[in-house]
Ligand binder design. Structure first.
Ligand code: ADP
Ligand code: MG
Length: 449
């Protein structure tokens, strides 16, 4: 099983990284859905867990025909530290009785002290901080919204951690809205389980943190249940905190009465961080991981990683790995190398991008460069122009010319349009990611040839 999955990992990973890391990894055991692998290097464990954990779990699960959890054991370290997934759900019988001492399931790394404040997030931070100091009394609910990877979940856990730290008798529940919905739907399939479901969510919590409410099911019954729960919690002075990728008003197909409730307390948005804030975040992340980077490397990275703070972590992990594998200090040269997938100056040709987009949407290249405008062509064309602009150094005029001699304002409009919609459109985000990866892979293959 391990060999098969390893083969898949090999094909989806940078060859240098693969040989550096997987040579020291060996399978140890597989029992009760838990697959353990071992390495003697903590960095390897960190890399494998963070970057490949879910990929490996998915493929092991496919091989096994049932869900598999991956555990990465570092020789000489306590084993519990290394589980990639959260602990399995408690048994049904445990759920009813909420033990006061049981710590809430929160990510302990997400705290206020390591959240960098800048103009883009200071309002959301201040509101979160206030709620953490006066839960249930200052603003209820607190609704935090903004694009992906900008720190919403971090702030939410920080609230929970701060409250619990001050008073560990507080009962705090963190749940993703997706889990809430599937929990409810599952309860509907068994008699009397709705009752248990309600008991679970109404068992005197002081704080409920509901992440990603954009995933609230569109099914009326689930929305009704959510509404009832909201009313119950609110009436019982439970602090409610929600995050979402859009503002309440922008949520489609959510009942008006829920939207109104979402706006009852404080609605705070988080915007992508500006350059200085990105620099500060990079510095802080390096510091927390116990290594230093020079200011010029820091500015270089801050200039390149613009939208997602989450990307910063991936890049820093890779940077450290590259430095250790190549036994080199962390320099701009090294940073450039490891930013290959994000950076534009990798001489990708406009043709590679057009070919990739045409193949992805199953249309022809001449469709992309034509002046026809049916939707199934217009959108891929805009996306292709956007990718040309963000992945190459070509000018607007050059891109316009390569798309059948269009005007440069057409390219500008396309880029603006994609830029505007991408944060609120998961499918589009997914397509952009998938296409970028595909294009980078093709580019590498072309240059290998
Ligand atoms: P979201 O929930 O908005 O998609 P997350 O809270 O998961 O984003 O944040 C993604 C990553 O970026 C996390 O590792 C988080 O710690 C980090 N992050 C985001 N914003 C900040 C910030 N202002 N300071 C420090 N880390 C941040
Ligand atoms: Mg989140």
């Amino acid at each position: 099983m391990w060999e098969k999955v390893l083969e898949l990992v090999k094909h989806s990973t940078d060859p240098m990284v693969f040989s550096a890391f997987f040579s020291s990894v060996e399978p140890v055991s597989f029992a009760d859905g838990l697959f353990s692998i071992r390495t003697n290097n903590a960095l390897t464990a960190e890399y494998v867990k963070k970057n490949l954990g879910s990929f490996i779990e998915d493929n092991l699960s496919k091989e096994a025909g049932s869900p598999v959890t991956l555990k990465v054991i570092v020789n000489g370290e306590p084993e519990e530290e290394s589980v990639t997934s959260p602990a399995p759900e408690e048994k049904e019988s445990d759920k009813k009785v909420l033990r006061a001492q049981e710590p809430p399931k929160l990510n302990r790394n997400y705290v206020f002290s390591n959240f960098i404040i800048g103009p883009s997030n200071q309002y959301a931070h201040a509101a979160a901080y206030d709620v953490a100091n006066n839960p249930g009394t200052s603003y209820n609910p607190l609704f935090i919204y903004g694009g992906s990877g900008l720190g919403k979940t971090h702030l939410m856990h920080a609230i929970g951690n701060a409250i619990y730290e001050r008073d560990n008798s507080k009962r705090i529940l963190y749940i993703t809205c997706e889990n809430f919905c599937s929990d409810f739907q599952a309860s509907l399939s068994f008699k009397n389980n709705v009752h248990q479901f309600r008991e679970k969510y109404r068992s005197n919590y002081d704080v409920i943190l509901i992440d990603d409410v954009q995933h609230l099911s569109l099914v009326n019954r689930t929305q009704d249940e959510f509404f009832q729960l909201f009313e119950y919690l609110f009436a019982n002075n439970c602090q409610i905190v929600m995050t979402c990728d859009k503002s309440p008003r922008e949520l489609k197909n959510i009942s008006d009465r829920l939207i109104t409730r979402f706006e009852w307390g404080v609605v705070a948005d988080i915007q992508p961080p500006d350059f200085e804030t990105r620099q500060a975040i990079i510095k802080k992340k390096c510091q927390d991981r116990g290594f230093k980077i020079d200011d010029d490397v820091c500015s270089f990275l801050a200039g390149k990683i613009q939208n997602h703070v989450r990307e910063i972590e991936g890049v820093l992990t890779r940077l450290r790995i590259y430095a250790s594998v190549q036994n080199q200090p962390i320099s701009i040269k090294l940073a450039k190398e490891c930013m290959k997938e994000y950076v534009s100056d990798q001489n990708i040709s406009l043709d590679v991008i057009k070919r990739a987009v045409a193949a992805y949407f199953d249309i022809s290249i001449s469709d992309l460069t034509s002046h026809r405008r049916p939707k199934n062509i217009a959108k891929p064309r805009q996306l292709a122009m956007f990718l040309c602009r963000s992945m190459t150094n070509s000018s607007l005029n050059e891109i316009a010319a390569s798309f059948g001699g269009k005007d440069h304002t057409t390219v500008l409009y396309a880029c603006k349009k994609i830029e505007e919609t991408k944060n609120s459109d998961d499918e589009l985000n997914f397509q952009i990611d998938a296409l970028k990866k595909y294009i980078m892979k093709n580019r590498r293959e072309e240059s290998d040839r």
